[in-house]
Design a protein around this ligand. Structure first.
Ligand SMILES: O=C(O)CCC(=O)C(=O)O
Ligand SMILES: [Fe+2]
Length: 333
């Protein structure tokens, strides 16, 4: 993990930049705002930009934590009980803007029409009733490690989380695929398209307000008949990963693929480590090189719970153009 600890000058410069530009933005999830965020990202401190660029190019390892930014807890106010109930206008606009600017140094933010009602900026917080689900909004269940949106060919290249608060130190888990020592025979099988990944539950109709339309039909189809894909791809010696074992299957009778997947999952389980995000920490996860999850914790549901902001970043918006209704619509539908 690469830790970028902002020094006092950098924190001051970032605060000033936010002060100077915040007023130029209307709603943050418009094309206009995203364009502006890309421009203003170039005014972040030089060393911060240099490190994020090195990260983008894969020079650093696949997890970057930027810390030192301070969150005004009073301004942010109580953690909502549901992502639908987040304050409007947002009380954490500055943090959302900083998240978008960091993301803009890596690529372009995009949304899913089938997740959190198509919002660009997600709220990750414990929801009463979801305690034991395989969802970011669970708490008492282990959120098993995964590639973000592993089931989808248009999944993000990078995942960014900005931590507003985490009073009880709930642990995010992270694991590097290139740290795994796998027998050659297992590696061979993992490079073959013999694994199906079903959509995780955040994309299901029941977890969205309005679940009509083609996008949800596509999700249903991916759930019914997931396309066989390879778990490892790219360079044989430093492979990329695409996996979400909780939602994975192999063809009936393909015992070789089943045992390769089990060996892979076991090797990854053994190498996962914890990252506790603190107030004002921003974590960037390379969604091709690293898997992530979250350990169980006890939610309070009293306005003091852990609260993260989340965005997905693609390095090539054009890949999803046919799945977005308009050039300036960032949601895959
Ligand atoms: O809560 C966390 O630390 C991570 C949750 C997660 O998997 C996600 O937000 O994609
Ligand atoms: Fe995730």
């Amino acid at each position: 993990m690469y830790k970028l600890e902002l020094n006092a000058d950098e924190v001051r410069d970032i605060e000033r930049l936010l002060d100077d530009v915040e007023g130029e933005f209307g709603a943050l999830d418009t094309e206009e705002s995203l364009k502006l965020a890309t421009l203003h990202a170039q005014e972040l401190p030089r060393d911060v930009r240099a490190r994020i660029n090195a990260f983008r190019l894969g020079e650093l390892d696949g997890v970057l934590v930027v810390s030192g930014y301070r969150v005004d807890q009073e301004r942010v106010g109580p953690t909502p009980g549901h992502w639908r109930e987040r304050p409007e206008p947002s009380t954490s606009r500055r943090e959302e803007l900083l998240l978008l600017m960091i993301g803009s140094l890596l690529g372009d933010p995009f949304a899913w029409g089938t997740q959190q009602d198509g919002r660009l900026i997600h709220d990750v917080l414990p929801i009463a009733g979801h305690e034991n689900e395989q969802l970011g909004s669970s708490s008492e269940a282990l959120l098993t490690w995964h590639t973000e949106d592993a089931f989808h060919p248009l999944r993000g290249d990078f995942l960014l989380l900005g931590c507003l608060r985490n009073p009880y130190g709930a642990q995010t888990t992270v694991g590097y695929v290139d740290a795994l020592e796998l027998p050659e025979s297992v590696r061979d099988v993992l490079f073959e398209p013999r694994f199906g990944i079903r959509p995780d539950e955040s994309h299901l109709a029941k977890n969205n307000s309005d679940a009509e339309g083609k996008a949800f039909e596509d999700i249903e189809e991916m759930d019914r008949a997931p396309e066989p894909i390879a778990v490892l791809f790219g360079d044989r010696n430093a492979p990329f990963v695409r996996a979400d074992p909780y939602f994975m299957d192999v063809a009936e009778g393909d015992d070789e693929a089943r045992s390769a997947l089990d060996a892979f999952a076991k090797a990854m389980d053994d190498r996962m480590f914890d990252v506790v995000l603190g107030d004002g920490d921003f974590i960037v996860i390379d969604n091709y090189r690293v898997v992530h999850g979250r350990k169980p914790f006890k939610a309070r549901h009293d306005g003091t719970d852990r609260w993260l902001k989340r965005i997905n970043i693609t390095v090539d918006l054009r890949k999803s153009r046919a799945s977005r209704p308009a050039r300036d619509d960032r949601a895959i539908r």
